[in-house]
Design a protein around this ligand. Structure first.
Ligand code: G16
Ligand code: MG
Length: 220
């Protein structure tokens, strides 16, 4: 049976994507790079440096290493300035109830976000103490779609990966979950996440029973 559920952060527990968008847009405007919401959608689940590489590629621009690092720092400062407005009100509906139900069922809770700010975000959301383990994105060699962060999270919870289920809103994240040997629950439509084993429109629509039956279905 399932012994652990590993959550992505952005798009699963809260909408940090909107704040990443505004930070990247401000940076792109400052340097005169074309950027919009559609371009931002392609950055979901992609780490900070990977995102900047995609933006530069899209603009046909190239910068030296020092400028690249400075731009990363600048984007992060813009993003963190937006995080100061975060509170438990930013937590998606149903997360607290789902976490309580998982705990009641003896199932561990993990976090596998590509964000180096994930620890601060869950503190601001008021749920930091709910996790058995929070994987450190800064200590992971290969980002999603590589399985590393989900494997590190299972390991940190003291569980074998095949006893864990992953929950993601981005295709790269679903691939990472599968590469880790876990069943994948997708937050979003079947069109958006064709590889997910189970789909729910939002985290608030997900029950512990559905999580348990997702594993049984995938195993049969
Ligand atoms: C999130 C977002 C990405 C962002 C990444 C890194 O991933 O989806 O857009 O680029 O974190 O964030 P930071 O700049 O804070 O390190 P996830 O894995 O939570 O969906
Ligand atoms: Mg996500």
């Amino acid at each position: 049976a399932v012994q652990g559920v590993i959550f992505d952060l952005d798009g699963v527990l809260t909408d940090t994507a909107e704040d990443h968008y505004h930070a990247w847009q401000a940076l792109a405007d400052q340097y005169g790079y074309a950027f919009d919401r559609a371009a931002n959608d392609r950055l979901k689940g992609v780490d900070r440096a990977g995102s900047l590489r995609l933006i530069l590629d899209g603009a046909g621009a190239s910068v030296d290493d020092a400028r690249f690092e400075a731009m990363l720092a600048e984007k992060n400062a813009l993003y963190r300035a937006r995080l100061t407005a975060y509170s438990p009100a930013n937590l998606f509906d149903g997360v607290r109830a789902l976490f309580a139900a998982l705990r009641g069922a003896g199932i561990k809770i993990g976090l596998a976000s590509a964000s180096r700010n994930a620890g601060d975000v869950v503190r601001l959301l008021g749920i930091a103490d709910q996790f058995d383990f929070i994987a450190d994105a800064g200590a992971i060699a290969a980002n999603k779609p590589a399985p590393d962060i989900f494997l590190a999270c299972a390991d940190g919870m003291g569980l074998p990966p095949e006893r864990c289920i992953g929950i993601e809103d981005a295709q790269a994240g679903i691939s990472a979950i599968h590469a880790a040997g876990m069943v994948a629950i997708g937050i979003g439509s079947e069109e958006a996440l064709p590889d997910a084993d189970v789909h729910v429109p939002a985290i608030g629509a997900l029950s512990v029973d559905q999580i348990l039956s997702a594993e049984r279905e995938a195993a049969s």
